[in-house]
Design a protein around this ligand. Structure first.
Ligand SMILES: *Cc1c(COP(=O)(O)O)cnc(C)c1O
Length: 453
């Protein structure tokens, strides 16, 4: 059974069920698996014939064996992944993988749906209510709220930056109700994230079983490794073990950590292109070797990536042999040469993102939304810099459905993206949410009053 250690390395290793419940380690580090279960070329070959749910089972059971029963896991995968995962060819080599066909139309559904099912199993073993606390830059909140709605024994609290989410994004979370409470914070995503992290570390809240659905929880990252395997199995010449290029539009670096985990497990990845918006702290870090967060984070049209200090960076640094503590201080430098060999980080401006949206629509008739367009622009930049990689199979991730950003698409392309069934009708549903400042003590008191047993 795989164990998990904290990136701060001052608490004991724990098993997956504990990690899922804890979210963050007590020493404020992030949990990482002590080993990456290997995947072989024979696995890839076998996966060519499988659908997404079965590939998910085959990948994830390597982490869940001994914690969740295999038969149950198989069923959970079938249940969670009952929607399409289209991979659209753009030209001979380059593709777009659309991770926007889940119930809330962003890639966050992939992890939220699996985690909610894991948590549902775990809560059966607990004697108290589980409170899932999550900060969202727009899409996590709705994916989590949707995935956990109506799950017995679980309550969900979502904090979102009130001025930084689109109306449709907001309505997707505030119209659920029931066991889901949403709070609009007068501040930025980073403020919401800080409030959540403080609550986890707060001794005064120790009598509440708090856990996180943010990508500080490794339960978010494991399911996010699956689609990289899926893309490879469906596209690359597996028998020849041909390495593939992925481009991942990134904010908190949970999605790209899925690719890193897949690579560590043995997926032949030649480069992971990490495309950020103007929040370029990581591209700068890879360039210069020294890290500085951006505070306050810069407001860009790819709002789910307005992150001035990605929480998963500590994990990336850890995989490459360094140590970043919970304040974002680099205590030991990672192996920068290997990092640069595996990862190409690039910052894309809003202007470039809009140009990319226009260009892709004009040339290929494809509609990308601002996050996916950032990823595509990143890939384009990478291939310009590395002509030798142009013959490689490349996949750029589209992380959300264009209809989640109708104002931006309308302003850039002059067309209204078709609304998928999952987003239809939310305009009319009644909203229910509170608005608050980012004052932590007030939030703590509210949590204590609302959830203390
Ligand atoms: C969350 C999100 C991202 C960024 O993903 P990270 O895992 O935080 O890097 C990108 N695009 C969309 C649409 C998102 O919702």
């Amino acid at each position: 059974m795989i164990r998990y250690y904290s990136t701060n390395r001052s608490v004991p290793e724990v098993s997956l069920d504990e990690v899922l419940l804890k979210g963050q380690a007590a020493d404020s580090g992030l949990y990482m698996p002590t080993s990456f279960p290997p995947v072989t070329p024979e696995d890839f070959a076998a996966w060519r014939e499988l659908d997404y749910a079965d590939i998910a089972f085959s990948v994830l059971r390597r982490f869940t064996a001994g914690v969740f029963d295999d038969q149950r896991m198989k069923q959970l995968c079938r249940d969670a992944y009952d929607y399409d995962v289209p991979i659209e060819p753009v030209d001979d080599h380059r593709h777009i993988m659309r991770l926007d066909r889940g119930p809330t139309a962003s890639f966050k559904d992939f992890a939220a749906r699996m985690m909610a099912r894991w948590m549902g199993l775990l809560v059966e073993r607990l004697d108290r209510e589980l409170v899932i606390l999550t900060a969202t830059s727009g899409d996590t909140g709705s994916a989590v709220a949707h995935a956990y709605q109506g799950v017995d024994g679980i309550r969900v609290v979502v904090l979102f930056p009130i001025d930084e989410v689109s109306t449709r994004q907001r309505k997707q979370m505030t119209t659920i109700g029931g066991n889901v409470t949403t709070i609009g914070i007068d501040g930025q995503f980073d403020d919401c994230q800080v409030m959540v992290k403080r609550a986890f570390a707060d001794c005064d809240l120790a009598n509440i079983q708090l856990t996180s659905a943010n990508s500080i929880n490794i339960g978010r990252l494991l399911p996010q490794s699956v689609y990289y395997f899926y893309a490879y199995a469906k596209l690359a010449r597996c028998g020849e073990n041909e390495p593939i290029v992925f481009s991942v539009p990134s904010g908190n670096f949970g999605d790209m950590m899925g690719a890193v985990i897949a690579k560590q497990m043995g997926l032949p990845v030649s480069r992971i292109v990490v495309a950020t918006n103007a929040n370029d702290e990581v591209p700068e870090f890879l360039r210069s070797g020294s890290y500085e967060k951006i505070a306050p984070s810069r407001v860009c049209i790819s709002n789910a990536m307005n992150v001035g200090h990605p929480s998963n960076l500590a994990r990336l640094v850890d995989v490459y042999g360094g140590w970043m503590d919970e304040t974002g201080t680099l205590r030991e430098s990672p192996d920068l040469d290997s990092l640069r060999r595996d990862i190409y980080a690039v910052s894309v401006s809003d202007d470039r993102t809009r140009e990319t949206i226009r260009d892709m629509h004009g040339r290929f008739g494809l509609i990308l939304e601002p996050h996916g367009a950032t990823g595509w622009a990143g890939l384009t930049q990478y291939l310009e810099d590395h002509p030798d990689a142009r013959e490689r199979t490349a996949v750029s991730i589209e992380t959300a459905h264009p209809a989640k950003f109708p104002e931006e698409i309308q302003a850039t392309l002059g067309v209204d993206p078709a609304v998928p069934d999952s987003l239809k009708g939310i305009e009319e549903r009644p909203e229910d949410y509170a608005t608050e400042t980012s004052d932590y003590p007030r939030f703590r008191d509210w949590l204590a009053k609302t959830f203390a047993p």
